[in-house]
Design a protein around this ligand. Sequence first.
Ligand SMILES: [Zn+2]
Length: 379
Amino acid sequence: MKWDTGHLERTRAKGELAHAVVDGSDGTHAVELSPVRSEALQLKALHDEQFWCSTQANGCGGPLVLAAGQIRIPYFRHHPGAACALAGDNARAARSYEHLRCQRALVAWLTAQGLDATIEHYFGPDGRADIHVMVSGRSHTIEVQLSPISLVEWRRRDENYRRQVDQVTWIYGAGAETAAAAEQATRGHAYNLRAHAEQAQAFEVGVVTDLTDRWSHLDECELRIDRFWTPRLDEALADLATAREVAAAKAAQEAEATRRRAEARARQTAVVHHGPAAETVESTIPDNYGTADWWRTFFPGLAAWTPDQGWHWTDGLTDEGKATAKVLAYVVSRLYASGTVDMLLSADTSSAAEAVAALERGGLVRFYERAGVERWERT
Ligand SMILES: [Zn+2]
């Protein structure tokens, strides 16, 4: 299976499809047509010339003809006059069938674990595979997201599923990078799906954290009562936890050093004025939630990360501005693709404005206004 079928789609004319199913009008057994004529003819013989435009991929359910002539790249076509949403949109058809293949692979994987999985809904080519399965009395849904969705849409659906079932697992394709980053930012890790590089029809599942991505063969993964488990999950989460502890310890050390300096200053002041000792400084240590320190703790990968643009655009900022700019660059490059300027300004109270302005100089974001609200988007 190929994620990027665009190169093939471009060489086939409109209405010349690369995909079909071989198990009937509402079938799920999808096949992808090779651009090589001899292989296409093999497929034609193998399935006795029986191919359909599956309703499961939002097709019309009609029969398709496999054309493999001497000159043109092989393709499936509808019978003349067929009214079908996929007939005129090859890219959409390709996405729909990718989806179908993921669904089918996951259902086969669940069945092999003795679980009874059902595909309950299909929400179109830009939607997802919605697989429901019970594991020891707990209800699970597995959502396969291959195409981009907005963060608002991701949150809305995520909350919706969590109201309905005990356990929700999102699995993202490369096209759904922004939603995957949102989940990673929320839960610490996200699951990605990709075609196996060498084994046809096989898939790999990756556990992606702020630090790393660790891939396993789908067949080695398990749907457990409380989680989607992969052989690399535990180590990925352990590494993340360790890195967060290290970062938190460092932040605590820095806070302690700051506190001691403040105490020393307070003592000096007290000596000069012969007044009473300064009040306890505990309360002067701010809750650092949302600050550059907090971001560095929560996203340990940040320390070693550099944007494609490098850091020259932070030249001229104060040290604090540079630290904030680094966090914001990470946010706008890795986590979110767009949002309000207010959201960026809230990252750090004292140096955010200069850092936010620098993002545009660095070519990381573009600012615009909509409905009176200042907004930004990733360039
Ligand atoms: Zn059709």
